[in-house]
Write a protein that binds this ligand. Sequence first.
Ligand SMILES: Nc1ncnc2c1ncn2[C@@H]1O[C@H](COP(=O)(O)OP(=O)(O)OP(=O)(O)O)[C@@H](O)[C@H]1O
Length: 593
Amino acid sequence: MKDLKNAGRYYAHYFKKYRLGFLVASLMIAFSTWCIVVAPTYLGEAVKELTSYLQLWGNPATRATANFDAFHRTLIIYILLYVGDASTIFIASLIFARISAFATGTMRIGLFRKMQRMRVQYFDRHSDGDILARYTSDLDNIFNAMNQALLEVFLAVAQFVGILIMMFRENTTLAWVTMASTPIALIVAAVVMKKAGTAVDRQQDDIGRLNGYINEQITGQKVIITNGLQQDSVRGFQGYNETVRKSALSGQIWSGILNPLMQGMSLLNLAIVIFVGSWLALSGTMSQGAALALVVVFVNYASQYYQPIISLTSLYGMIQLAITGARRIDEVRSQPDETRPINGKALTGIDHDLVLDDVHFSYLPGKEILHGVSLQVAKGEMVALVGPTGSGKTTVMNLLNRFYDVDSGAILFDGTDVREFDLTALRAHVGIVLQDPQLFTGTIADNIRYGDPEASMARVIDAAKQANIHDFIESLPEGYETPVSDEQSVFSAGQKQLMSIARTILTDPKLLILDEATSNVDTVTEAKIQAAMDNVIAGRTSFVIAHRLKTILNADKIIVLKDGTIIEEGSHDALLKENGFYAELYHNQMVFE
Ligand SMILES: Nc1ncnc2c1ncn2[C@@H]1O[C@H](COP(=O)(O)OP(=O)(O)OP(=O)(O)O)[C@@H](O)[C@H]1O
């Protein structure tokens, strides 16, 4: 029920722009409903005309006066009513198709815009597949439901009300007889729908697990091949596949049972109406023609009466998926945006120092990761963060750039808390080279000027030269215009890393953060990356997160983090002299280098 209310609110938000379209479509539906519920009375009328014609024709005295004029007129009106019904439904369906296409388009762009404003935390806590599914299957489910179900729901409700009104106008007794079985039908429908809903939910969960398994096996394919685990992989798949088969079958049985069940009830109802109608006709209170006409009219109504219920139940699955889709997209919409200070201060650079003052931080409540980290970095200094895995190095980086905010303490640029700066200005001055470099669809030049799309070609080339990647780019047949796509990248990890360093150099950041930039590359590329890093670091205040200590020997200050606390701090030589944790780490590594 809560889901339904939320979905109602969600759709109302997107539909309010299309009020006029809804009004016109509603008028069309009202007219079509009027046509469809009034038509049976004309059929009854035609039967009456035909009976009276036959009576006149059967009597030689009146045979000359018998004619088909009235019968034909009534039949023409009857046909026109169906033409009116079909054409207005056609127009209404075009209007709904238009509204659906525009509304889902707006939802998609709204979702995309929202993603750009949201906190990094959301992306850290949700898998890529889950986020992608909101753009694909959830929005598709919403579109399908809007496109197909919206018109049907409007029509079903209007027709149901229309048929009820007309039946009571025509004959109260037969109207009650037609309606008598409704409570039983509704109870049956509710029970089956509940069963079907549970089965479909289980089916979707099982499909989700199957997809997760496939995704994992595709990503880990090389590990599977090198360990000769192909057969095990197939066996694992069979298990998931079997579960999906079973739950899909159960889902299909419960969903499929509803329609024939309702059709059966509708036929039973029809038989009862014909029986009672004929009994009423034979009881002699009406003329023969009127009695026959009444039976014809009610046979029509009784066969239409269940149609709205049948179409609503057959749309149930689709509507359920759209409600779930709305819940999942609304969940994204209701995520908090990044906190941006009102009238945030401008940041032009770091003139004196950068200070972390007793910083405490936790990703999850009650699980503190950084326990009172304090350090000072003078302008232009290079600081290296080292420490065992999970010690909090990347977390410090996340705070400098305000991907997350501290729980207590502060990060100060020239004495000003980072939370007071305009967020865009802050990010413009903080350059990050990530461990896993990201390339975007476009050309190499586009990728290098990604942070400043207006940058001239001369600046692009200059950045590439500083990043030691210019010669490689020039050696390509299309040079800087070589197409790039992260998905089908033909570049090595090192080449991607160098392009990403060039991208950072081009934005000329005042604070630079390099996260493990030399992992996973050969020694020649490592030397190139090291040289590129030296170029980009020169004269800039910078943090380097490194596992390979050889790359940070010339750091002005090395900070050793362990379990979220700084345990040692100083230059490489000073720390070696201290002969503590860093010295041990360094000597251990040198054995393998
Ligand atoms: N988004 C997150 N949500 C919850 N906990 C997180 C999140 N990111 C990191 N952590 C936890 O915070 C701790 C510090 O992680 P962090 O990534 O800062 O370590 P690290 O020193 O950079 O490690 P590594 O050298 O392996 O990259 C770890 O225990 C990790 O499990």
